[in-house]
Design a protein around this ligand. Sequence first.
Ligand SMILES: C[S@@+](CC[C@H](N)C(=O)[O-])C[C@H]1O[C@@H](n2cnc3c(N)ncnc32)[C@H](O)[C@@H]1O
Length: 251
Amino acid sequence: MAASTASAPPHQDRLKSFGFDDGREEGLREYIFARPDLETSLRNNPKAVLAAISEYTAKKRMITFGEVKINKCRELLAQMNPPPKALIELGTYVGMSAIGWGDILKSLNPGEESQCKVFAMELDPKFAAIARDLVDLAGLKDIVTVLEGPAADNIRALKTSHTVDKVDVAFFDQWQESYKPDLIVCEESGIFRKGTVILADNTDSPGTPDYNQYLEESSGRQGGVKYQNVKHETASKIAKIILASTVLEVP
Ligand SMILES: C[S@@+](CC[C@H](N)C(=O)[O-])C[C@H]1O[C@@H](n2cnc3c(N)ncnc32)[C@H](O)[C@@H]1O
């Protein structure tokens, strides 16, 4: 991973320690595409696709950004004025949250759906391919683009490859050691504006102490991006907190 620290375990070790990449991801795709209601209720229906993914991931105990958290984020993004249209996601896995973002942006921007853009970034090509298939099934491929590779590289290329100047929302759900370095890449790439909201999962568990500290100390840092940080508790059983950091000032 380009943005990880020298002591961070490599991607394959992280996959094993978290129980990723053991066949359940391909199993999810097979399960969804074999469902008898594929054409009648799942196709072009993001909420039904999310429910179907949840059914499988709960049974197989897969780690995804579940519906409880997606609905909490739906509430948070609904409070933004104007409604968010451009969102980046760092860490897409099989596409659960990416489908959630596509659905949320679409419903917050009636009549302006074509202006909504989600760039969902996933390190692992196998997971990215599954996410693409599920996004496509949900009818969101015009809104959600799944980009492969380290998020840091894709963020640096956003302005040139995808003509994205600023993002309204960034969602952090990659390996935790990359949170702080990737945040700095976002700052240096100039994609944040006053009012951009950075949502982060897992800041309480497994925990991202260096990222949290960097955000908390931003007000005292000369010439840096300044943030207001709010912890939102969810009813999730583990990693209950979604940390929302709103950009107050960019230099
Ligand atoms: C917790 S999962 C993401 C869950 C996903 N957001 C969901 O909705 O279920 C973490 C994912 O981040 C990916 N990842 C880790 N480091 C990354 C990086 N630097 N850039 C992009 N993806 C990364 C991993 O391959 C893994 O699929």
